[in-house]
Design a protein. Sequence first.
Length: 111
Amino acid sequence: MTRSESVKTFFIKSVLPVAAALLLYCIFKSACMNGGELDYVWLWILCGLPFGLHRMCLWIIPDSGSLGGGIALFALNFIIGGVIGGFVLIWRLIVAAWYVPLTLLRMAKAL
């Protein structure tokens, strides 16, 4: 692997996920304040939405119910997508931490 490929992979696998997580944290931090305290569960769900909503394989669709039931199921879909995305976000951050020493090793080998 060449030096430029190592740097490109480092930015894609490490810098971009961390920057996205920090941006989402800054956006949703004020929305998750509850009584002066930060509600970490809702912050985790909201930050995971962009990472998990498109990974849901099954959407719960109301068959013949009321409008309130349909709205509740629609909200449940978003909550489930946020929980899935929270796990994906944690995994992406673990991979980002792993790529720091891996990139340093690759850069040392490229010399």
